[in-house]
Design a protein around this ligand. Structure first.
Ligand code: M6R
Length: 368
């Protein structure tokens, strides 16, 4: 069942190229356009959508944060991302023109289910991005876009996360194509780039021994910070969550730009700080993160960079650099999250912890 791996989590990390490939499969026509026939919401309704609200919890909510950057860019529709349990207990502004997107691996998360019901009561259409066929949220939503990650057994989400991100890209590109705006001509280019992602993810996984070695060297750390900007920000949040839930280490993710507004006070000699460095082909974005790298390095922190191949700027400041292949900015999370998953899994294993079933956690949280 574990495919020759010691744990389900390791297997599921290695399943990720397939999870992305299978989620893309059969959804593109030979002419390069997208066919999401399963979206049973009338096209005229989708054309009228004036706001998207993503509701989800935990890792699925971070997939929603990535979706916001992509969908707003391609579709010019405002996207809000809200934790399902917060959405439910305030008085959210939703109407018939709002598309609520619920993201969930299990399809049984009670907080997300309650948000779905609440949204539908307000007259919004609900599209669910779900991994588990026939689950409650899949049944109760107006439409379902299934992720094809296969069953995820380990409590910590890995392959479901990359599949969720992939599904939100498909949704964004589909809406852009449907609504036709000045960015809709990017659809074909991005579909092409998306098709390359399974191989790129496999490339990162192939370097797992270096990341395991880093985890071995860091097995006694008690606190780790993760910083990212733009789509690197939700990846930083996910890196911190993985480390907390698997290795029980205090970890925090921040938007890199927020550093000077408070978190930099935490930075002292030897403090490990991971940076998710954007592609140097976005010079402004890259320069901003590099200036944070310099600030943290100047305070004696142990800087660890996840950076593209060929990005030599990081070498002067980083104690370790984990390389990822060149990738368009919006698709970066699919490769930049992989080293963080491997790192958290390896560190937990170093500490002799149960990687598949961390303490106090359930795979699906069916109580509010
Ligand atoms: O089944 P869901 O995707 O709705 O679950 C949502 C969260 O409970 C889940 O992602 C949780 O945060 C994971 N343990 C993260 O690894």
């Amino acid at each position: 069942v574990k495919g020759g791996f010691a744990t389900f989590m390791e297997k599921e990390i290695h399943d990720q190229p397939a999870a992305v490939r299978d989620t893309l499969l059969g959804r593109m026509s030979p002419t390069g356009s997208l066919q999401l026939d399963e979206l049973r919401i009338d096209e005229s309704i989708l054309r009228r959508v004036d706001k998207i609200v993503v509701v989800a919890c935990g890792t699925a909510a971070y997939a929603g944060h990535v979706a916001k950057y992509a969908i707003e860019h391609w579709c010019r529709i405002p996207v809000e991302v809200e934790l399902a349990h917060e959405f439910r207990y305030r008085d959210p502004v939703v109407s018939e023109k709002t598309l609520v997107v619920a993201i969930t691996q299990s399809g049984e998360t009670m907080d997300t289910l309650m948000a779905v019901r609440h949204a539908r009561e307000q007259g919004a259409k609900v599209l669910a991005i779900v991994n588990t066929h026939g689950s409650t949220i899949a049944r109760e939503s107006d439409a379902v876009l299934y992720t094809h990650a296969g069953p995820e057994v380990a409590v910590a989400s890995t392959k479901a996360f990359v599949a969720q991100i992939t599904a939100t890209y498909l949704l964004g590109l589909y809406l852009a194509q449907l609504r036709g705006n000045k960015y809709s001509d990017e659809v074909v280019t991005y579909l092409d780039e998306l098709m390359k992602m399974p191989d790129k993810i496999a490339e990162v996984i192939a370097r797992e021994d270096d990341i395991k070695d880093l985890a071995h060297r860091m097995k006694d750390v008690t606190s780790v910070l993760f910083l990212g900007r733009h789509v690197g920000f939700p990846v930083a949040l996910e890196g911190a969550l993985k480390l907390k839930e698997l290795a029980y280490i205090h970890a925090e993710g921040f938007a890199a730009g927020e550093l000077k507004h408070g978190p930099i006070a935490l930075v002292e000699e030897g403090q490990p700080v991971f940076f998710i460095v954007p592609t140097p082909r976005r010079p402004l974005l890259h320069a901003k993160v590099m200036s944070n790298v310099r600030e943290v390095n100047a305070r004696g922190a142990r800087v660890l960079c996840i950076a593209e191949e060929g990005d030599t700027a990081v070498e002067e400041f980083a104690a370790d650099v984990i390389r990822i292949p060149e990738t368009p900015t919006l698709l970066h999370p699919l490769v930049s999250v992989i080293p963080l998953q491997i790192f958290a899994c390896a560190l937990a294993a170093e500490k002799g912890l149960d990687v598949d079933q961390p303490r106090n956690l359930a795979k699906s949280v069916t109580v509010e």
